[in-house]
Design a protein around this ligand. Structure first.
Ligand code: ZN
Ligand code: ZN
Length: 259
């Protein structure tokens, strides 16, 4: 049993499935993927992701504003707490800081991230954090506003072991995407080996970042199996054990997940 802990089901390419999302999910289900967390990125796609989760018992949703989307509108703590109260919504985000793609909105990103952290602490919901080239500020905001009891996950992790270990100390989980399979990701693979097994998640971040051997193609949830197989190999363990453990971790981090 595998879990895709981070996918954008409202954005994946459904042409190979004649426009049918359920067929894309079936392709994943046939490969042992039993749960999907469909991520909200903006005020605009919030209802869409919640609707998708409402349609499928094995799909959950998160709501939040992505750091690269903060200019399109941010949410208040009250709104996030209210939206987070829906049964399908198991976490808040993705939020966080991206100084690589959106350095110019740094201040607004920090404000928005702080609001998500406060809302998560208030609502008892974990936070899905996107962080890129903003290590110190990300950790500082988590320390200042986050909850260690309902912590969160650093998704699509590409940063250093130093950052990972500080986040682990704050109760955070670390999620690996297809990037770990890329030739260029040598340093990340060293980090991936060190993450404690009970704090590790896997994801596709589909439609982005398809793992090898699908690199360059549109990513989809079924390829979380390739990510899991790669990480299991790297850590010298059977993939089924890694699948089982990462799914157990997912449930510990997101207690609202029904499955
Ligand atoms: Zn992200
Ligand atoms: Zn994402």
């Amino acid at each position: 049993m595998l879990t895709d802990s981070h996918c954008h089901l409202d954005r994946i390419d459904l042409k190979p499935y004649n426009g049918d999302l359920n067929a894309a999910l079936d392709a994943a289900r046939e490969r042992g993927i039993r749960q999907f967390l469909c991520i909200g990125v903006s005020l605009e796609n919030r209802e869409t992701v919640v609707d998708i989760a409402r349609q499928y018992p094995d799909v959950y949703a998160s709501v939040g504003v992505h750091p690269c989307d903060v200019e399109s509108g941010t949410a208040t703590v009250e709104q996030l707490v209210e939206w987070g109260g829906a049964p399908e919504v198991i976490g808040l985000g993705e939020t966080g800081l991206d100084y690589h793609y959106a350095e110019q909105t740094k201040e607004l990103q920090q404000e928005s991230f702080a609001l998500h952290l406060k809302a998560g602490a208030q609502a008892g919901l974990p936070i899905i954090v996107h962080t890129r080239e903003a290590r110190e500020d990300t950790l500082a905001l988590i320390r200042e506003h986050g909850s260690t009891e309902h912590a969160g996950v650093l998704h699509c992790f590409t940063e250093t072991w130093d950052m990972a270990s500080q986040a682990l100390d704050l109760g955070y989980y670390i999620s690996l995407s297809g990037i770990v399979t890329f030739n260029s990701a040598k340093a990340l693979r060293e980090v991936a080996k060190q993450i404690p097994l009970d704090r590790l998640l896997v994801e596709t971040d589909s439609p982005y970042l398809a793992p090898v051997p699908h690199r360059g193609k549109s990513n989809e949830p079924q390829y979380v199996r390739e990510v899991a197989e790669f990480v299991a190999d790297l850590r010298g363990m059977p993939v089924e054990k890694l699948a089982e453990q990462t799914t157990e971790n997912f449930h510990r981090l997101f207690p609202k997940a029904r499955g």
